[in-house]
Write a protein that binds this ligand. Structure first.
Ligand code: KIV
Ligand code: NA
Length: 269
């Protein structure tokens, strides 16, 4: 399944990815033609009510991967490796990646470049398809000093290009960019041999991903915080507003990604 998708992408078809955490939505998304269901550790926020992804565990990821796979047995599932499941030890990374695959994932995602290149290589060498997540990496939100666009300086841009190239050399199947200037994401996309997925990274990527709750316009921030204190990110787009149903909203997103209508300039940096 993953190979077919990569072939479609290299032929120029845009990849429509959406986060998914349960069987009901998995089934809807599969029917609407979503190419990849991302069991994201954003579930820490949108399902668990936390203010970041750092508390999400392997147990959480296994549970959500299983129920998504149950709802969409014929759709590609990408599962995030949660914080502290892969960064410290390559052998541990492989054990945890294998567990996510056994739970129903076809590909796993890890955050960060640099030292994570060797971890990615270790996983790929052992038969695990990997997506590399670069740019703003939420598991490092404290180190990065908050939700900030990445790769804005010349050195930052150069480092991101080098990381993406190193990840492609290590054998990853895809690279995902979060909060990266559109021009840089496009430049890197044109310079690496694997498809790229963007979120807040412009229309020049090979595909797009959104958090389901952002697409539906139903996320109002962490539990216990006033909704009016939460401001949706620039790249979020409420597709439900223009649609008659959740199903139509998801289909409209797929259509907008495939046709290149989403994202627009206003969603990008
Ligand atoms: O966890 C998640 O939802 C993600 C996307 C924002 C890319 O990693
Ligand atoms: Na994530």
């Amino acid at each position: 399944m993953l190979k077919q998708l990569l072939t479609k992408a290299s032929a120029g078809e845009k990849i429509a990815m959406l986060t998914c955490y349960d069987a009901t939505f998995a089934k809807l998304m599969a029917l609407a033609g979503v190419d990849v269901l991302l069991v994201g550790d954003s579930l820490g926020m949108v399902i668990q009510g936390a203010s970041d992804t750092l508390g999400v565990t392997m147990q959480d990821m296994l549970y959500h991967t299983r129920i998504v796979a149950k709802g969409a047995p014929d759709t590609i599932i990408m599962s995030d490796m949660p914080a502290n499941s892969y960064e410290h030890d390559m052998a541990e990374a492989l054990v945890n990646a294998r567990a996510l695959i056994a739970a129903g994932a076809h590909i796993i995602k890890i955050e960060g470049g640099g030292q994570m290149v060797e971890t990615a290589r270790h996983l790929v060498t052992n038969g695990i398809p990997v997506c590399s997540h670069l740019g703003f990496t939420p598991q490092s939100v404290e180190k990065l000093g908050g939700y900030k666009i990445q790769g804005k300086t010349a050195e930052g841009a150069q480092a991101m290009l080098a990381d993406a190239q190193a990840m492609a050399d290590a054998g990853v199947s895809m690279v995902l960019f979060e909060m990266v200037p559109a021009a840089l994401a496009m430049q890197i996309t044109n310079n690496i041999p694997v498809p790229t997925i963007g979120i807040g990274a412009g229309a020049g990527c090979s595909g797009q991903v959104l958090v389901l709750q952002d697409l539906l316009g139903i996320y109002t921030g962490p539990a216990g915080k006033a909704p009016q204190d939460y401001k949706a990110p620039r790249f979020a787009e409420n597709f439900l507003q223009q649609s008659g149903s959740v199903q139509q909203a998801i289909a409209a997103y797929v259509q907008a990604v495939k046709s290149g209508q989403f994202p627009e300039q206003k969603h990008s940096y």
